[in-house]
Design a protein around this ligand. Structure first.
Ligand SMILES: NC(=O)c1ccc[n+]([C@@H]2O[C@H](COP(=O)([O-])OP(=O)(O)OC[C@H]3O[C@@H](n4cnc5c(N)ncnc54)[C@H](O)[C@@H]3O)[C@@H](O)[C@H]2O)c1
Length: 170
């Protein structure tokens, strides 16, 4: 087992899908100081995701939850792409696309080929066996199902911070 596998030291993360869950997770990661690459299906969807994220940061500034400098610094850690191959330098990718088994499997199979070390799949509670099928189909990646933690709800943001901390510390 390589040193990297024992201690992933994850600083660069990817988020696939920037809807309700993906945008919230990208925000938690960027605010935790990570370099975050967000993937969307096309340029229009990526722009919608970016607008959603910027709106959330502006709200945080308006509520004095962060300063303008912190907002700008956090935004500078976010990049957007429509090409999954750009995730090749990420060591953890969180999948947050629509609830479609084939799409989720395709996303992870592509990511597995670029050797992403740890993947987090978001599966609604009722579909949770899908996570095991996806995990079984991969050879290089480890998959965790975290679909029940919504970063925008109640303590969800804090739970995501704990999850990321625990993954990142190996
Ligand atoms: N919203 C919740 O409260 C919640 C709770 C638990 C689990 N989940 C699970 O989380 C996942 C995401 O849910 P959501 O509510 O964020 O959905 P959403 O519809 O808000 O967002 C999904 C995003 O995926 C994008 N997308 C679609 N195809 C894509 C592709 N090929 N590549 C990249 N992006 C693509 C869409 O453009 C959209 O922005 C689902 O599996 C859902 O079941 C959601």
């Amino acid at each position: 087992m390589s040193t990297e596998t024992q201690s992933p030291n994850i600083e660069r993360v990817g988020v696939v899908g920037c809807g309700q869950m993906g945008a919230g997770i990208a925000e938690v990661c960027a605010r935790a100081g990570m370099d975050v690459m967000v993937h969307e299906i096309d340029a229009d969807s990526a722009e919608r995701g970016r607008t959603r994220l910027l709106g959330s940061f502006d709200k945080a500034v308006a509520r004095s939850k962060m300063t303008e400098e912190e907002r700008d610094e956090t935004i500078s850690r976010l990049t957007f792409t429509t090409d999954l191959a750009d995730m090749a330098d990420r060591r953890m990718v969180i999948e947050a696309v629509i609830e479609d088994e084939k799409l989720k499997t395709d996303v992870f199979t592509t990511l597995d080929n670029v050797q992403v070390l740890v993947g987090v799949v978001l599966i609604a509670w009722a579909s949770r066996p899908i996570a095991f099928c996806i995990g079984d189909a991969l050879s290089n990646s480890q998959v965790i199902n975290a679909g029940t933690i919504n970063p925008g709800a109640n303590a969800g943001g804090v739970l995501w911070q704990c999850l990321l901390q625990s993954i990142c510390s190996g």
